[in-house]
Design a binder for this molecule. Sequence first.
Ligand code: C2E
Ligand code: CA
Ligand code: CA
Ligand code: CA
Length: 278
Amino acid sequence: AKQVGHNHFQFFVASIDHDIRERKQLEKELALALPNHELFVVYQPQVNLANSRVVGAEALLRWQHPEKGLIPPDRFIPIAEANGTIVEIGQWVLDQACWQAAQWSREGSPIRIAVNLSAVQLRQESIVNDILETLKRHKLSASQLELEVTETSFMTNIKDAVDKLHKLNRAGIRIAVDDFGTGYSSLTYLKQMPVQYLKIDKQFISDLLNNEDDTRIANTIIDLGKSLNLTVIAEGVETEEQEVYLNERGCQIGQGYYYSKPVIAREFERFVKAFHAE
Ligand code: C2E
Ligand code: CA
Ligand code: CA
Ligand code: CA
C-alpha cells in the first residue's frame, strides 16, 4: 500500500509539473499573440427586455491559436493578469471596441459598447487618460462606452479605484459592476462606487427557475438595483422562460445565448437587423 501511495504522489507531482510547463508555454505564446494577429474581439448583444431592442454589446476577447485552436479567455486572461500583459491586451480590446462602436454610429446604429476592465488595468496610473484618449482618437462619445469592473477591482486600494471611476464617470462613461454577487462585501463597495449598472452573473441565471436560492439571489439583486436607481443586466439568459421572468420581475436588460452567442462584428450586424425585423 505504501508503494501505491508513493506512486500516486509521484503522479501528482508530475501532473503539477506538466500544468506549470503548459502554463509557461502558453505565457510565451501569448506574448506573440497580439503581434501575430491571433487575437480578435467578438460582440454579444444586450437587449432591452421591455421592448426587445438591442441597446448594447459586450466586447469579449478571443485567441485563435495557430495549432491549439480557439483558447477561451478564462484560460489566458489570468495569465495575462499575472504577468501584466493584460494592460497592453486590454488597451487593444478597448481600441477595437471603440473603433467598432464609432463605426456603427457612423452607419446609423449607435449602441453602447461594454468593455471588460481588469483590476490590473484599473491600477495603472495612466488608465483614466488612456481611456479618454482612446475615445478621442476614435471620436466616440463617452456616453457610448460602458466599463465592466468586478468587485475585486475595488479591493486592493478602494480610494484609488473610487477616484479613477469618478473621473471616468464625470467624463460621461458608464460603469457596470460585473459578476455582481460573486465577490465580497458587495454592499459596502457599492455605496462608495459611482456605478450605473449591476450585472447578475450567469451562475444565478442558468438555474433561475429551478433553484429557489438562485431565484432569491436574482430577485435581491433586481430589488437592490431598483432601490439604488441602477440598471440591472442579466447575463447568461438562455431561455424564453428566463427572459419572461426577468422582465416581469423588473430586470431591464438581458444578455445570453437565447439572443446570440458572442459573434464577430459582421455577424453582429446581421443579427441586429434580423432581430429588429422580427
Ligand atoms: P464575463 O465578463 O462574465 O463574460 C460573460 C461570459 O459569459 C462570456 O464568456 C460569455 O460568452 C458567456 N456567456 C454569455 N451568455 C451566455 C449564456 O447564455 N450561456 C453561457 N453558458 N455563457 C454565456 P467568455 O467570452 O468565455 O469570457 C469569459 C470571461 O473572460 C469573461 O467573463 C471575462 O471575465 C473574461 N474576458 C473576456 N474578454 C475579456 C477582455 O477583453 N478583458 C478582460 N479583462 N476580461 C475578459
Ligand atoms: Ca463582463
Ligand atoms: Ca468575469
Ligand atoms: Ca460573469
